[in-house]
Design a protein around this ligand. Structure first.
Ligand code: AMP
Ligand code: MG
Length: 406
């Protein structure tokens, strides 16, 4: 392939090609609390009614509704007490009442609970001061979930409320989509590992940690490989190690720009089916994507801002899809850009902005120098303001979409 020939793609085209090559992983059974945020892969049905029996929604007196809804005040004889977790053999007849606690089973004969506040106690008798309707304050057996009912379906993202429901259904372990293992491979002669002192002209490997942190945030398990020098054999070795160690996705940084050594490109073209793209975006124009030995590989640019934004735009949806999610829309808000924007390149720009809430909505303020090497522009940022291709000029105060980084 000619070094300079690459497809020019929009962000959407690139993403849809990536997603087409990425598949949902297989499943695993995990302890309930490890399933938070994961995607359920089995149908969960109820083994029993919840609640298992009619019980009281209030602290009060269990009575026969017909006794108390007619005349006021009514006097009833106190015949016992039921508390939660202690079913009683008590039977309530006409003219009788039993003290009952929230969650306690309704004794036979009773169908209504009168709250303590609506009664007065007088020795072995109670007086009903306010008439309830028949059936008041009684929760029916199975009113939450019925035995045999399908409660949670495959594909459901498990939030705390679903975890609670699974606990109520007795699921100590749940079948979910497996977590992707993601190899992060930094490249570059000038890049040194975190545990080394950079020599002249060297920089520390920031990208691998930004990317690994994003992978972690989006549900993957990252592992960072040794920095591969700008040598074909070493990059090849890194990619093979990633695959040998069971990566479900490989993310490299550096070495994909035109005029660079274009090494990742050469290696990948010989190792698998690879595509080299010039994306119509800024930062993050060059990118490689392909499948090596069945494993998808994203070759991201080395500039730290470009690497992070590319991970956000392309690796995040891929990771979510692998985990069985079907919604990877980014959270966005509308905001007013506080300074005018002029550019002529017709690319989609992702500007780092701070958001400030005003009475009229959000203001988006640029976080200083927008160079693709200025990692601090991201450190200061709450979000990425999206300047669409067609806008050569946006006046101060214009509304823009801001992708939230939180
Ligand atoms: P490249 O894409 O390899 O041409 O790299 C573009 C820029 O990103 C260069 O200034 C590199 O020094 C820098 N860079 C590459 N890899 C990393 C990394 N892992 N951490 C921080 N900066 C990097
Ligand atoms: Mg490089």
């Amino acid at each position: 392939m000619d070094d300079r020939r690459r497809d020019v793609l929009s962000v959407e085209q690139a993403l849809s090609r990536i997603l087409a090559a990425v598949h949902v992983l297989d499943t695993e059974r995990v302890p309930l609390l490890d399933a938070v945020g994961r995607v359920l892969s089995a149908l969960v049905t109820a083994d029993r009614d919840i609640p298992p029996a009619a019980n009281s929604a209030m602290d009060g007196f269990a009575v026969q509704g017909a006794d108390v809804t007619k005349a006021n005040p009514v006097r009833l004889r106190l015949v016992g007490e039921v508390s939660a977790g202690h079913p009683s053999g008590l039977a309530i007849g006409s003219g009788q009442a039993a003290r009952i606690m929230t969650g306690a089973p309704i004794p036979s004969g009773a169908d209504t609970v009168v709250r303590f506040e609506d009664t007065r106690t007088d020795g072995g008798w109670i007086e009903i001061l306010t008439a309830p309707r028949v059936g008041a304050n009684v929760r029916a057996a199975g009113e939450d979930v019925r035995a045999g009912q399908a409660v949670l379906y495959p594909g459901k993202v498990l939030r705390p409320q679903e975890i609670g429901m699974l606990a109520a259904l007795g699921c100590a372990n749940v079948l979910v989509v497996r977590t992707p293992r993601v190899a992060v491979l930094p490249t570059g002669d000038e890049v040194v590992a975190l545990d080394q002192v950079p020599g002249p002209g060297q920089i520390r490997d920031a990208n691998s940690y930004t990317i690994a942190a994003q992978v972690q945030r989006y549900g993957g398990v990252p592992f960072v490989l040794d920095v591969a020098r700008d040598e074909e054999a070493l990059i090849r070795q890194g990619v093979r190690e990633a695959i040998d160690r069971g990566a479900d996705l490989v993310i490299t940084s550096g070495g994909v720009s035109i005029g660079d050594f274009d090494l990742v490109k050469q290696v990948l073209a010989s190792e698998g089916e690879m595509h080299f793209w010039s994306l119509n975006m800024k930062p993050g124009r060059p990118m490689a994507f392909g499948v090596v030995a069945g494993v998808p590989l994203l070759g991201l640019p080395g500039n730290p801002v470009a690497a992070m934004i590319s991970t956000e735009l392309f690796a995040r949806p891929a990771l979510l899809k692998m985990q069985g999610h079907n919604d990877w829309a980014m959270r966005k808000v509308q905001a007013r850009i506080t300074q005018s924007i002029r550019r002529k390149d017709r690319r989609r720009h992702y500007l780092r902005v701070q958001l400030h809430e005003t009475a009229a909505g959000y203001d988006a303020r640029l976080t200083g120098d927008q160079g693709s090497g200025i990692l601090n522009s991201l450190v200061q940022a709450d979000g990425l303001a999206v300047i669409r291709e067609e806008h050569d000029h946006l006046p101060a105060g214009a509304l823009v979409e801001v992708i939230l980084l939180e």
